[in-house]
Design a protein around this ligand. Structure first.
Ligand SMILES: [Zn+2]
Ligand SMILES: [Zn+2]
Ligand SMILES: [Zn+2]
Length: 442
């Protein structure tokens, strides 16, 4: 239970792994489930959602943090010289789909002199000064006026819109370099890592680290893989701004009257990333802290669910706000229409139409989740069993099969205790580190 950090829903396997010396064929080590409690090996579930398994979700968030940080400051196989590459932190927002209540402790939410009502009989203004934590923040002033269909179609196109943005950044770089887009790869590469964050209104915002590398990516300890001299951070910033303003995807208008153009919101934030002590700007440590915040931040209550919704009646019965339900219903209604089939809006209604993973990266940005998990497994196995094969080349042969999953009620209690203790140790370690560095960076 300690080894899987009190995972809430472990999988049990039976089988063995045999490690041999490549040259002699001699068996160096045998690991078998026969030696484990009840003759089976417990493996952590690996779920990314804290509502399913806090322990595994925490590990995943930590891995995301490492993926992003290693691409900024080096480590995990990325040379430290990557900190010298042009880099920027970009936030791309969704446009407005209608007026929503906002956090505004010092001023009225939506002042309207003379008041007035909309066609649905709701006030068009709101004089409240909403404090942080007010549940109405993010909810529309009028659900009838809010464009739910466009809101979920936008979430459904956030991925393609990002792809169009990245393509336009490359076009802008190619035009500065005076080469074609296909030739650009021979000069410079655009690498990125991005995280999606739900706003309280249910729209997704994208936060990304973008970086320019030489043609082979981030380079090695011997060859820093620097991009050409013309590829400066100022030019990256300009390319990102123009691409964010121009990025565009089309779909069908919900009333089928024509094509609907989807763009990013006007609020585009681009900031060069520097290393600590090197002039002004956002430091890579601060960016890593932002990313960690977005990744570890729990979902907004009542807005999204942690698993697919099997039927429309499940939406009505789910623990959601009226706003969350209205967004999911819009996914459900549009999802049955042929023109939106590619968006699979019913499958993704639990994420308000947004498809796929919260964090993604380009191939050459840094390491991979798989590599981080493998390194952790190897480290743990070696630590647990005192294995050290020295310089010998080894080969492993594994045979494992599924046996069972989940805890008994007694085990579940015990697992929760182990997970809670692990969380306490992590908090204490972080407090100690913050005390040392004098900062509460994350
Ligand atoms: Zn788990
Ligand atoms: Zn308000
Ligand atoms: Zn209205």
């Amino acid at each position: 239970m300690e080894r899987i950090n009190g995972c809430a829903a472990p999988v049990y396997l039976v089988g063995h792994t045999i490690t041999r010396d490549v040259l002699t064929g001699a068996i160096l080590h045998v690991f078998s489930s026969a030696g484990q409690p009840r003759g089976r090996l417990a493996v952590a579930c690996g779920n990314r959602r804290a509502s399913r398994c806090r322990s595994c979700a925490w590990l995943h968030a930590g891995d995301t943090f490492q993926l992003v940080v290693s691409g900024l400051a080096g480590g995990k196989g990325v040379p430290a010289s990557v900190a010298g590459h042009p880099r920027a932190f970009v936030t791309l927002t969704a446009p407005s789909f209608g007026a929503v209540h906002r956090e505004c402790p010092g001023e009225p939410c939506h002042p309207r002199r003379g008041g007035g009502l909309c066609a649905h009989g709701a006030p068009v203004g709101c004089g409240a000064r909403h404090l942080d934590g007010d549940p109405v923040i993010g909810w529309p002033l009028c659900g009838g006026c809010y464009d739910y269909e466009r809101a979920v179609l936008w979430n459904g196109h956030a991925g393609p819109l990002w792809d169009d943005f990245a393509k336009r950044v490359r076009v802008a770089l190619a035009s500065v370099a005076g080469v074609s887009r296909s030739e650009l790869r021979a000069h410079v590469r655009l690498s990125f890592a991005k995280v999606a964050e739900y706003q309280r209104r249910g729209a997704v915002h994208l936060h990304a680290v973008v970086r320019l590398d030489g043609p082979d990516g981030p380079g090695t300890d011997e060859d820093p893989g620097l991009p050409p001299e013309w590829a400066t951070v100022g030019m990256l910033e300009a390319a990102v701004r123009s691409a964010a303003g121009a990025a565009l995807v089309h779909t069908t208008e919900p009333d089928v009257s024509g094509r609907l153009a989807l763009r990013f919101g006007a609020q585009v934030d681009v900031r060069p990333i520097t290393t600590a002590g090197e002039g002004s700007g956002l430091t890579d440590g601060a960016v890593a802290a932002y990313i960690a915040k977005y990744v570890t931040k729990g979902h907004i209550p009542g807005l999204v669910l942690d698993a697919r919704v099997p039927s429309e009646s499940h939406i009505e019965a789910a623990p959601l706000s009226d706003h969350g339900k209205a967004l999911m219903r819009a996914c459900w209604d549009l999802g049955e229409r042929e023109e939106y089939a590619g968006l699979r809006l019913r499958d993704w209604s639990f994420q308000l139409g947004f498809r796929g993973n919260i964090a993604t990266k380009s191939r050459l940005y840094s390491t991979t989740y798989g590599a981080l998990r493998d390194a952790r497994a190897t480290f743990r196995q070696a630590a647990a069993e005192g294995l050290d094969f020295g310089d010998r080349q080894t080969v492993t042969e594994s045979r494992w099969q599924f046996e069972d999953m989940g805890h008994t009620p007694g085990e579940a209690l015990f697992a929760a205790g182990v997970a809670l203790a692990a969380e306490g140790r992590r908090e204490a370690a972080r407090d100690a580190r913050d005390d040392l560095t004098g900062g509460g960076a994350g």
